[in-house]
Structure formats: structure tokens, C-alpha cells
Design a binder for this molecule. Structure first.
Ligand code: OXD
Ligand code: MN
Length: 614
């Protein structure tokens, strides 16, 4: 294996990158080294097809299965390590760097024997962005399918690391798959470790080839490392946020909204939304990103600007169809180069299917489930199991999204008008409540959550809190995180408006969803922007400003007046109960800024005074 020859062939001139590759090649002992750029995609696809690692899924689309015990991110095995014990938070699983590095080095020693080490230089930002110096990285991986994913999810090529102002300023990522059948996934003897050594800007992931465990640009760099860098530099926030533009053709204005939702709350569908009947002529929704946004204050106009650092969409397949997300379906059409993972597959027609793709599954003849087992040969007790894994995915480049905004790669990013947080809550949370005070907005984000999905997990109606939807990605203590939010948003000259949204409220009696969701979610967002513009006033409640029924544009929509009343009101008793849960939750965080506690006390005080039929 000649490392230097491979680096020379690819034109890698950054000596620090060369040194990094040489070091890890000596350590993991691969048989071959290959430096990758996006232009290699076609060849790598052919090689992967020939090796049986992927299968064709119709014209220009591909399918792969992962190892059956390797189908999701592992939160318990994910660690943020630094050399400062003060970096320990409640959710970051902090461990000393001096303990974790040797542990990972031990597991990775000689672990790529016989394999190819792919060197993937990448950029997590539109080129030229003021945040570009936090965005360059090199992932070393021993897995070809991971390379195919990286090419779709990040800008990949040697040019992104050759000309860095500071040649040392790239994130060093090492991904070693390991022997997946021998890793004890989920047992007491679990061998996997997914470690971000944040103060060394080094990411060491061992024991998975799946999604966020293996594509180091996306979550480990784009969220954990970037959040840490944003904190240390004081320059920016890195959040698990979608980012959209809303164009009002009548006024010619475009608004930008970003926001966080705990997983499985419909973030991708929202980002790919098209306007509902009745609003189509006037409005357009443009897609910027569905999963990550970096936010900073622009010195020129003092506004908050956001970029999507990614280059693709790694979307959950389940329930994606022509009704729920037609833009998503178009984004994975034949010819898009989409990779499907762990969906159901039919070899003779190269078709893919997942739960919710069509109302009923196709005729099972010839179909295999995500594990590769023939549906027609399933034992009786497995007959009703899903065909696709619930976390099955599609991976497609931004350029395939038909609603992609023209300025998606503007290095400056786009100015943010509103920041929304969305929970998944069956009662209490109204359709939308707007918050104009920054500390109350940050407080609201910190108390975001989704209802526990298993009764055993918590008290009825109690949330699994997920601050700003960043619980699995927080890389520094929550108190400092809240302070960083107050500092960045607080220093903007024109501040975004905040809002909490909930598409999931149900009727007490028969359980039906009170709000249809999907396209109609544009309606409360339009109200929010009108509120920010002073065109409507809403009505003040203890937990924020709610639309009045006549302020919400319901053109072309049928909804029961009784349902609308519930969606636009506050259940004060349930809110008072929630405040005690919130206090316990916030109490876990050390050094939470006084402004956040003051916001909590203000809301609690107003709820105490409110009458029960507010
Ligand atoms: C996630 C993802 O795990 O975006 O949140 O893949
Ligand atoms: Mn995500």
C-alpha cells in the first residue's frame, strides 16, 4: 500500500491532510487507499453493484440492506469527549478524551486489513460561507456504501481541503465498520463506540455502517462538532433544524423559517411542503434543508442568517407517498441516483416499497422484506410484521428536490424571520402559539418534547424532553447552550419571532386528529409571519399569542368549528401540570441562565392567575 502515491494521484496538497491519512493508514492497515471525489460516483456505483453491496432499484436508483442489528443511531454508545470535565452536560455522555482515544485506537488497530480505505474530503457549507472554516473535513472509511452516502449528503472533493486558510482546520473523521456480527449490539458487551473528541476536532466511530453512525459529515460534524465549535468561537449555533422559504407572490416578499422537531414529527414533510388548495395561487414554499441549520448574526444587517450545511436528504421512507409528500416522491424518482436502505425490494422488477408508500402492500409474490426474507415464506407469527424497517431511508441530493430554493447555496445563507419548535403532543399544545420575547423563545425550545411512545416510559401526558430537538446531538453543557442561544439571537438587530407548533392534537372522545397536517401546516406559519409584520394581533395567553379563528386563513379547507376552537385554545389545568414537569426537567441543568428561569416563572405566574377557560 503506497499512501503517498494515492494522495499524489488525487492531488492532495494539504500536508496536514496527508499526515492524517498516513497516520491512520499505518494504524488501521488497509490493503488499498483511494481518495474520493463526487466525480467518482458512477464508478463506485458500478463497483458496488458488481460486488453485490447494492442492487438496482429501477433506472438510476439503488438499494442496500444493512446488517440487521445495525439499523439506527445508537444514542447510548455515542459520546462527546474532551479534556475538560466542565464540558460534561446531562445529555452529551461526556467522557475524558484521554480515556476514549486509546479505547478507540485499540479497536481500530489493524481493523481495515484487507479492505480499501476511502479518503473522503468534504465541506459542510455552501462554498464561500463565512462559516466555511468550520465546515471542512476528511472522513476515512472502510465502507463503500458509506462513501456513496457521503457523496449524496455532503460536497465531496479534494478542492475542499487543499486551500484552507489554516491547513490544520479540517475535522478529522475516522470510521471503521468492524466485524458487525461480533459486536454485541445492544448487549452488556456492546463493542461499538461513536466518539466526537470535540476539543481535538476528531471523530472516531467504530462498529456500524449505518446513517448517523457512519456518515461523519452529517451528524457528528454537522451537529455535535459544529455546535461545540460554534460555542467555543461564540460565532454560531448548529441545530437539528429544517429550513424553508415562503414566497408571497402578491407582495413579492420571501420569508425564511427554520425550526426543530423531535424525530418522527414530520420535519422532512414540512420542509418539502407545497401550499394547499386555496393558497396555491398566492404562495410558494421553497426547500433549503430538512435536518440541519447553522445560524449566525450577519455583521452587515445584524440579522440572523441560516445555511443548510448538507448537500442531500437522508429521509425516513415510512409514510412518504404522493399525498403526504409529493415533493419527496419526486425527489427519489428514477434517474435521481437515490439510494434506498432497508426498504422492501423485489428483484425481478427492481421495485421498492415501504409502509405507507401505497394504502395496501403490493401482491407479495417475489417481494423480500428489509432483512432479505421472502414475504411469501414468512412463518404465520411474522405475517403482519412490517416489510420495511421503520427507520428505512432514502438518500438523495438536494438538486433532486423540485422545490429547492434557487439560492440554496448562497454562501451568506438566508435571513431568518421565524424559529419554530414543534412537539408531538396529543393534548395541551395548541396549533400554534407565538412568542416574541427571546428568553421565552429559548425557554420554549428547552422544554420541547415528544410524548413518550410507551406507557411504561413515563407518566401519562409527560414528555420526553428534547431541548431544541438536540438531545442526541448536544456536545456541551445545557446551561452554556442556553446562554449561547440567548447571546446569538439576543445580539441580532432584527430578531426572529419564535413559535411552538403542534400538528398532532387529538379529540378527547374519539381520538381523531384535530388538524389535517401536511400542506395545511402552511396556514399557521402564514399567520405567524403576519403577526410579525403587525398585520394581525392574535390574542395573548399565558403561554404565548394564539391566532383568533378569523385570523387563520382557512380558504379551501374544511374543518369542524369545534375542532378549531380546541386547536386555538389553552387547557390551563393541563398547562399547570406541565409546568411542574418542566421545572424538574430544567432543574437537571447546571448554570441555566437566570433569564430562562425568569421566563419560566413568568409563564407559571400567568398560568396561576389565568381562569380555567382561557
Ligand atoms: C437523525 C438523522 O438520526 O437525521 O436524526 O438521521
Ligand atoms: Mn435528524
Amino acid at each position: 500500500m503506497d499512501v503517498d502515491a494515492a494522495l499524489d494521484r488525487a492531488g492532495v496538497t494539504n500536508d496536514r491532510v496527508r499526515e492524517f491519512v498516513r497516520h491512520w493508514a499505518a494504524h488501521t492497515q488497509p490493503a488499498r487507499i483511494e481518495v474520493v471525489s463526487a466525480a467518482d460516483d458512477g464508478r463506485l456505483i458500478e463497483e458496488s453493484l458488481a460486488a453485490g453491496e447494492i442492487s438496482p432499484a429501477g433506472r438510476g436508483r439503488y438499494y442496500s440492506r444493512s446488517y440487521a442489528k445495525d439499523t439506527a443511531r445508537s444514542e447510548e454508545r455515542t459520546i462527546v469527549a474532551t479534556s475538560d470535565p466542565a464540558d460534561r452536560g446531562v445529555y452529551d455522555n461526556w467522557r475524558p478524551a484521554a480515556e476514549m482515544r486509546p479505547l478507540l485506537e485499540e479497536r481500530m488497530r489493524g481493523a481495515s486489513a484487507g479492505k480499501t480505505m476511502y479518503v473522503v474530503p468534504y465541506l459542510m457549507a455552501p462554498p464561500g460561507s463565512p462559516l466555511e472554516r468550520y465546515a471542512a473535513g476528511v472522513e476515512l472509511t472502510d465502507h463503500r456504501t458509506v462513501v456513496l452516502h457521503m457523496i449524496r449528503m455532503a460536497r465531496v472533493g479534494t478542492q475542499y481541503v487543499n486551500d484552507l486558510d489554516d491547513p490544520d482546520s479540517f475535522v478529522r473523521g475516522v470510521h471503521v465498520t468492524g466485524d458487525l456480527e461480533e459486536l454485541g449490539q445492544g448487549t452488556d458487551d456492546d463493542q461499538r463506540y461513536f466518539v466526537t473528541v470535540a476539543d481535538q476536532r476528531t471523530i472516531l466511530h467504530f462498529g456500524s455502517s449505518y446513517g448517523g453512525n457512519a456518515l461523519l459529515g452529517k451528524i457528528a460534524h454537522g451537529l455535535r462538532q459544529a455546535a461545540y465549535d460554534g460555542w467555543k468561537s461564540g460565532e454560531f449555533l448548529a441545530e437539528q433544524f429544517m429550513l424553508i422559504g415562503i414566497v408571497d407572490r402578491q407582495t413579492g416578499r420571501t420569508y425564511h423559517v427554520c425550526g426543530g422537531f423531535p424525530s418522527a414529527s414530520g420535519k422532512t414533510n414540512l420542509a418539502m411542503m407545497t401550499p394547499p388548495t386555496g393558497l396555491k395561487d398566492r404562495y410558494e414554499v421553497r426547500f433549503y434543508g430538512d435536518d440541519i441549520a447553522w445560524l449566525r448574526v450577519d455583521p452587515d444587517d445584524g440579522r440572523i442568517y441560516a445555511i443548510n450545511p448538507e448537500y442531500g436528504v437522508f429521509g425516513v421512507a415510512r409514510d412518504t407517498n404522493e399525498d403526504t409528500n409529493p415533493v419527496g416522491i419526486a425527489s427519489v424518482a428514477p434517474g435521481t441516483g437515490t439510494l434506498f436502505t432497508n426498504v422492501a425490494y423485489k428483484e425481478d422488477t427492481e421495485a421498492v416499497w415501504w409502509e405507507g408508500r401505497t394504502p395496501a402492500p403490493p401482491d407479495p409474490t417475489g417481494w423480500r422484506d428489509w432483512t432479505g426474507a421472502l414475504i411469501s415464506e414468512r412463518p404465520a407469527d411474522e405475517r403482519d410484521d412490517p416489510w420495511a424497517h421503520p427507520n428505512s431511508r432514502f438518500t438523495t441530493q438536494l438538486g433532486n428536490v423540485p422545490t429547492l430554493a434557487e439560492d440554496f447555496d448562497d454562501p451568506r445563507g438566508v435571513p431568518i424571520d421565524a424559529i419554530i419548535f414543534g412537539g408531538r403532543t396529543s393534548d395541551r399544545e395548541p396549533l400554534i402559539r407565538a412568542i416574541t420575547d427571546v428568553a421565552e423563545g429559548v425557554y420554549d425550545g428547552l422544554t420541547l418534547g415528544a410524548e413518550a411512545t410507551f406507557a411504561a416510559e413515563g407518566v401519562d401526558g409527560q414528555l420526553r424532553y428534547d431541548p431544541m430537538s438536540m438531545r442526541p446531538f448536544l456536545s456541551y453543557p445545557e446551561g452554556a447552550y442556553a446562554e449561547q442561544w440567548l447571546r446569538i439571537i439576543g445580539s441580532a438587530r432584527e430578531k426572529p419571532i419564535f413559535a411552538h407548533v403542534n400538528w398532532f392534537q387529538r379529540d378527547h372522545a374519539d381520538g381523531h386528529y384535530l388538524w389535517p397536517g401536511y400542506q395545511d401546516n402552511l396556514r399557521p406559519l402564514l399567520w405567524l409571519l403576519q403577526l410579525k409584520n403587525g398585520e394581525v394581533t392574535g390574542r395573548q395567553t399565558p403561554v404565548g399569542i394564539l391566532p383568533t379563528t378569523d385570523e387563520l386563513d382557512l380558504d379551501g379547507m374544511a374543518i369542524e368549528p369545534g375542532d378549531l376552537d380546541v386547536l386555538l385554545s389553552i387547557d390551563v389545568d393541563r398547562w399547570r401540570q406541565e409546568m411542574t414537569f418542566r421545572e424538574e426537567h430544567l432543574d437537571e441543568f447546571a448554570d441555566l441562565p437566570e433569564e430562562v428561569w425568569a421566563a419560566h416563572r413568568r409563564v407559571a405566574g400567568q398560568l396561576k392567575e389565568a381562569s380555567s377557560d382561557h
